[in-house]
Ligand binder design. Structure first.
Ligand SMILES: NC(=O)c1ccc[n+]([C@@H]2O[C@H](COP(=O)([O-])OP(=O)(O)OC[C@H]3O[C@@H](n4cnc5c(N)ncnc54)[C@H](OP(=O)(O)O)[C@@H]3O)[C@@H](O)[C@H]2O)c1
Length: 329
């Protein structure tokens, strides 16, 4: 089968499309023909090792230990192991397979059944592949870390990208009054997702305009943690999803020290793969409460271009990679 491979850290130029052995499912595994995958900042971090933690936390100090990329996927079950109970050949599934070694940028993946959830019936494979990591992060950041409540004033910084486009819609679903921060040419797209107020970060700095928020989700840092703290109401909560190494360390290591007893809380989210939450997202998608936003689709043979665009960090929602076999179908 064809798969995207990288054997050294670097830019999108280091990835190659190679022919590798098609996996065979073990007793507890499901073999899925991948129809679409989506690219996440996560893939960029593994590819470039821009966050040193990747190298020292098992990714490989000087070169990647695992040559495979891609966590989010959607596809059709081709075969199941003897002890698999929940899926049968032909089932349409989606999932995030990062915990099982990545590899979604390929024609097939083979993982334990808990990696997969039945695909939302109303979504294409491309749309379904766009959901898992960004959708789970947005949901868990707002609901679990942010303790979102109806009527709260919630600000999403980085509202136009993968995580942000889900976060705006999920915050609206929870009944919040949503302020979304994005650049000029994304304003109308983000408004279309239901944001109540849009702040164009090229024209206005929300940390300096005197507005206060009950909950701020910083999709990618972008401001010093102290500036976020100033923009919180007296019991407001700050949640950081990503950012520079310095911002990540600040939020993870000093977040609790910067938090006030009975007052403002400064924290971060580390999204967990959860089938329960995949079920929550499936329900929200099937009832039309949220929808994936896809910027561009690239065929697997152009994965390099997809990763290059991802690395620019200004996607309008999600970047999707489609498999050649879907074209044939
Ligand atoms: N903690 C976790 O579990 C977890 C899970 C998933 C992702 N993440 C992290 O979350 C971050 C975002 O992921 P993503 O998939 O949403 O990335 P993405 O799709 O690349 O989106 C990034 C967004 O940031 C916006 N942006 C760029 N500069 C900005 C600025 N100065 N102010 C405000 N917004 C700005 C861009 O909007 P414009 O194009 O409008 O500039 C872009 O849409 C990454 O760092 C990723 O590693 C963390």
């Amino acid at each position: 089968m064809k798969a995207v491979i990288y054997t050294k850290y670097g830019s999108a130029d280091v990835v190659q499309l190679k022919e590798i052995e098609k996996p065979t499912p073990k007793d507890d595994e499901v073999l899925v023909k991948v129809m679409a995958a989506s690219a996440n900042a996560y893939d960029w971090h593994f590819l470039s090792a821009d966050i040193f933690l990747i190298r020292i936390s098992g990714g490989g100090l000087f070169k990647p230990k695992n040559p495979r990329l891609g966590a989010d996927m959607a596809g059709r079950v081709e075969a199941v192991g003897s002890s698999v109970k929940q899926f049968k050949p032909g089932d349409e599934v989606f999932g995030e397979i990062g915990a099982w070694g990545n590899g979604a940028f390929a024609e097939y993946v083979c993982c334990p059944e808990k990696a997969f959830t039945l695909k939302p019936v109303n979504l294409t494979y491309e749309q379904a592949a766009a959901v898992p990591m960004a959708g789970l992060t947005a949901l868990q950041a707002l609901r679990d870390t942010g303790k979102i409540q109806p009527g709260q004033k919630v600000l999403i910084n980085g509202a136009s990208g993968g995580v942000g486009t889900f976060a705006v819609q999920i915050a609206k679903y929870f009944g919040a009054e949503v302020s979304a921060v994005c650049s000029t040419d994304k304003v109308e797209m983000v408004r279309g997702l239901g944001a109540d107020h849009i702040i164009d970060y090229t024209k206005e700095d929300f940390t300096k305009n005197g507005q206060k928020y009950d909950l701020i989700l910083a999709v990618n840092g972008f401001h010093p943690i102290s500036a976020y703290k100033r923009a919180l109401t007296p019991k407001g909560i700050y949640v950081m999803a990503g950012g520079s190494v310095g911002q990540i360390f600040q939020a993870v290591l000093f977040g609790s020290a910067m938090s006030e007893s009975g007052g403002r809380k400064m924290g971060s989210v580390m999204a967990k793969i959860s089938r329960k939450d995949m079920g929550v997202l499936k329900e929200l998608l099937e009832t039309g409460k949220i929808k994936p936003v896809i910027d561009r689709c690239y065929p697997l043979s152009e994965a390099k271009e997809a990763l290059r665009y991802l690395g620019e960090g200004h996607a309008r929602g999600k970047i999707v990679i489609t498999m050649e076999q879907e074209k044939e179908a």
